[in-house]
Design a binder for this molecule. Structure first.
Ligand SMILES: [Zn+2]
Length: 235
């Protein structure tokens, strides 16, 4: 798991005065960049280390995760930089809207495989994975929403590559076309042998994810409109 350091200070305790905590780079709940509110929940000093238990509330999703931090003692002083011994939850699956989970369980599964690769720092693998996940969602969208689940169209869509699927089904809708094309093109770069040496993997991945997010939101909105919780006839 990729981690970063977050400043923390509690003047009441010498060992925790102006220290740096080691925390996951992404929130384990929502996968958004992690700048949580850190609170100490318990701590104890030992002869060779200081152990502290923290809660971290994500400012993006408002859900809390927990870590145990160790401050190693050398020359009678505790280190200012902590080592994260454990984090909970440690399974980092992204939770999607129930609607999306039901509509395309394979998309959710593929997305989370890519997400897991990203959290392990395997960014090329993550980039290819997000692109593959997107392809599943695009084809499910084309078949289930645009073609009303027609069995004949299923064969046809299965044979189309991603580029042609987007061209055939999304060309008249600017939001669908742009959001999916950016993910497709960025995703291709991770697999290409001849990409430039100054390719910035991380910033491309963040851009790719942002556009994938737009597409996921469009799918979610369409599903809400197709299946409203109330209908005019009954009211
Ligand atoms: Zn979060």
């Amino acid at each position: 798991m990729e981690t970063k350091y977050a400043n923390f200070s509690d003047g009441r305790y010498e060992a925790l005065n102006r220290v740096e905590l080691e925390i996951p780079i992404l929130c384990p709940h929502c996968g958004v960049s992690n700048n949580p509110i850190n609170r100490i929940q318990g701590h104890n000093g030992y002869s060779n280390t200081y152990i502290a238990f923290f809660s971290h509330t994500c400012t993006a999703c408002n859900i809390t995760f927990f870590t145990i931090q160790s401050f190693i003692k050398t020359n009678d002083k505790y280190a200012k930089k902590a080592i994260m011994l454990a984090v909970s939850p440690s399974s980092h699956n992204r939770k999607f809207e129930e609607r999306i989970e039901t509509f395309s369980p394979r998309f959710v599964s593929s997305y989370n495989q890519a997400f897991s690769a990203e959290q392990s720092g395997n960014l090329d693998l993550a980039g290819m994975g997000y692109r593959a996940a997107e392809e599943i969602l695009i084809k499910d969208f084309a078949l289930k929403i645009i073609e009303n689940g027609s069995p004949e169209k299923r064969e046809e869509i299965a044979k189309l590559n991603l580029n042609n699927t987007i061209g055939k089904y999304f060309k008249d809708d600017q939001a669908l076309l742009v959001s999916t094309d950016v993910v497709r093109i960025n995703g291709n770069d991770y697999a290409h042998w001849d990409r430039s040496d100054d390719f910035d993997t991380d910033s491309h991945l963040q851009e790719q994810k942002a556009y994938l997010e737009i597409f996921i939101n469009i799918v979610n909105t369409r599903l809400m409109i197709i299946n409203p919780p109330v209908s005019r006839e009954k009211h």
